[in-house]
Design a protein around this ligand. Structure first.
Ligand code: BDP
Length: 679
């Protein structure tokens, strides 16, 4: 390039490079304040705790409004990590009991500023609903991510602890901005190596960065670590040698990471080792670890995701395993329960274990990463899914015993409350693969802070910060987001269908799937039970009787084909193809209408998006546009695969007013994607 050309290139390219949007800033696209504005107001703070200083720094950089004075009031314990914001003519007063509360409050103010709220008479008090608001990373030490669709792991284990990627701090800041205060760094299918001294040094380096953002580090622990790492004859929790091994290990961890959070454990599940290998119970295993952690204030999050190929319906097994152990767990153990009884499906009823254990702390596990919702290719706003579970009434102590109230300690008192979700974060420039998947990380954080927020409110906040608050953009985009999860349910698994995914990777349909000699509970037919009579899993009192695990009146409601909510019908019932639905359609027709509606919805998303091009920067516009094309193709693939397959049983035409299939079933059956996964 000639000098002149180079100059011209720089002249024209630079401005657009500077304003380029690649999603890397997430919802934190604040514009730095110009000096003359900064000079007109004061951000004061009589404290130099590092988290409080961060609060001051954020406000100094980005706050355009009136003066703010920040105060720590150690006596205001009831605020927990929350804060108060009050304003009058003299300015804004931000008060917190903990330094981190000031940082959360600062981000709250910046959110208000983004939403152009009038700051005249603020009187806000925010107290988080859960003590521990934690992300679970399923990141392996080789930097692959189990069910991760946004590139390799953020954690560069090979470079740690010496080289510190700037993204570690960006990650911490993003989490702090939405109140997330804890993270599990490694996969629940845990490599014992994470507990070696070498890795503890690496973990310490991350913990040291995260600390000032209020984030505590936790690790997934492999139950066989004593045997694997140090050659003990076994890892039986009842043996003193094993107990001592854990005590020594925990001591070592706390020497380096004094505020270490504790362990997350997947035991005796999908081939992972656990106490049952030694004839001990989940309580024996969890309590041994809890005893080792207790002196340091650490906790154990013990997962209830356990099931085995047995005569028992998989949906019943966690309850059967854990309810008899109620009351046997130490007070620093929390049972971590997936939102639904099978596995993060597009729609499931809540896991009946919630509310069934009255003397054991329980926490929920959501999945932000879209293992079963189209990976990072499909736009699916998950706040409605999260809320659907949180707002479900368990009737554990009469009406109003929602899953949210069970887990936030307001029904059964709990020493510590927690809420978790499997992260969708990776090394991709935009962090989550799909720009709209950022909204799910955001929504989890906001709901973990306040489960009363509505999905719409959260979407509004996110849209205005991530794109623009222009109503002409925000309104249709909010509608698209609000419709998106139901659209996925419609084109994948409407009316309570579940787990008819392609084997292993779970991308795309495979209702016909069958692997010779494979585990039945990993086969689609196990779940849909299609035959010439009908389709669906009979979990009624005359079937697997999974309904019995729900409290009345739910048990009876689910048990009767007349009263069972139609969006869960095939979860609880084997329903004849000719069954009359509430709107007069036969079940077969209704199924067809749902699949078709899912496809039409995605086409609508494409139109909505294309129409709004003028409001969005070029890069994000076209990246999202391409993803929507993939989603539209996939939706048709799903519809055709499922309808053509189920039609071999229903032997009934697809209603003629609906779009016709464009694929041959036999062709679809041949599709095998090259993605490796074990189940
Ligand atoms: C399933 C995933 C699998 C996980 C497992 C778990 O398919 O990769 O290891 O859950 O949560 O959703 O342990």
């Amino acid at each position: 390039m000639s000098l002149k050309k180079r100059f011209l290139y720089l002249f024209f390219m630079l401005p657009s490079l500077v304003s380029a949007e690649d999603g890397s800033q997430l919802w934190l696209r604040y514009v730095p304040v110009e000096e003359h504005i900064a000079k007109q107001r004061q951000i004061s703070l009589a404290n130099n705790h590092e988290s409080a200083l961060l609060a001051k720094q954020e406000l100094n950089r980005y706050w355009r409004g009136t003066s703010i004075s920040m105060h720590l009031d150690k006596k205001a314990k009831a605020l927990k990590e929350g804060y108060q914001i009050k304003s009058d003519v003299s300015g804004i007063r931000l008060t917190a009991a903990e330094p981190i509360g000031l940082l959360y409050g600062a981000f709250h103010l910046l959110r208000l500023q983004g939403a152009k709220v009038n700051m005249q008479n603020l009187n806000i008090e925010e107290i988080p609903d859960y003590d521990i608001r934690i992300l679970n990373h399923w990141d392996n030490l080789d930097r692959t991510v189990e069910r991760g669709y946004a590139g390799y792991s953020l954690w560069r284990w090979d470079e740690l602890p010496n080289t510190l990627s700037p993204r570690y701090e960006q990650y911490a800041r993003a989490n702090a901005s939405i109140g997330i205060n804890a993270t599990v760094l490694n996969n629940v299918n845990a490599s014992p190596q994470i507990l070696t001294s070498n890795y503890i040094q690496k973990v310490k380096a991350l913990a040291d960065i995260f600390r000032k953002y209020g984030i505590k580090v936790y690790l997934s622990a492999n139950f066989s670590s004593p045997k694997v790492l140090d050659g003990l004859s076994d890892s039986d929790p009842s043996r003193k040698e094993v107990q001592d091994w854990w005590k020594t290990k925990v001591k070592e961890i706390y020497q380096h990471i004094p505020d270490f959070g504790g362990f997350l454990v997947k035991a005796n599940s999908e081939g992972q080792p656990g106490p049952q290998d030694h004839g001990r119970t989940h309580a024996d295993g969890a309590n041994m670890l809890a005893d080792a952690l207790k002196p340091y204030g650490g906790i154990v999050m013990w997962r209830a995701f356990v099931y085995n190929p047995s005569e028992q319906d998989r949906a019943k097994q966690a309850y059967q395993e854990f309810v008899p152990l109620d009351g046997q767990f130490r007070d620093n153990v929390i049972i971590q329960i997936k939102n639904g009884p099978i596995d993060f499906q597009p729609r499931e009823p809540f896991t009946p274990l919630f509310g069934a254990m009255k003397h054991t702390a329980q926490m929920i596990e959501f999945q932000i990463t879209q293992e079963y919702l189209g990976f990072s290719n499909h736009l699916a706003y998950l706040a409605p899914l999260f809320k659907e579970t949180l707002d479900s009434d368990t009737y554990a102590r009469g009406k109003g015993s929602t899953v949210a109230c069970i887990t936030d300690g307001s029904i059964f008192s709990a020493k510590r409350t927690a809420i978790s979700a499997v992260a969708n974060i990776g090394e991709d420039t935009n962090w989550t693969g799909h720009h709209f998947a950022q909204a799910n990380w955001y929504a989890f954080g906001r709901l973990a802070w306040n489960h009363q927020l509505s999905s719409e409110e959260i979407a509004d906040e996110w849209i205005s910060q991530t794109f623009t608050d222009n109503r002409d953009f925000a309104k249709p985009i909010r509608q698209m987001m609000m419709d998106s999860r139901e659209a996925v349910v419609d084109y994948m698994m409407p009316l309570g269908l579940h787990h008819i995914f392609a084997f292993g990777h779970h991308y795309g349909p495979e209702p016909w799937g069958d692997v010779e000699g494979g585990r039945p509970d990993w086969m689609p037919w196990y779940y849909h039970n299609a035959d010439t009579v009908g389709v669906g899993f009979d979990r009624t009192t005359t079937g697997s009787n999974a309904v019995s695990q729900y409290n009345e009146p739910l048990r009876s409601t689910f048990n009767s084909i007349e009263t069972c909510p139609e969006n869960l019908l095939l979860w609880f019932h084997h329903v004849p193809w000719t069954h009359r639905m509430k709107n007069g359609h036969s079940l077969w027709e209704e199924l067809c209408f749902h699949y078709d509606r899912g496809v039409q919805e995605v086409r609508q998303f494409q139109k909505t998006w294309d129409k709004l091009e003028q409001y969005v920067d070029e890069q994000r516009f076209s990246e999202i546009q391409s993803k929507l094309k993939v989603q539209a193709k996939d939706a048709v693939w799903w519809k055709d695969a499922c309808l053509l397959y189920f039609q071999t049983f229903s032997k009934t035409p697809i209603p003629y007013e609906l779009e016709r299939p464009i694929h041959e079933l036999e062709e679809l059956k041949k599709i095998k994607l090259d993605m490796k996964h074990h189940n």
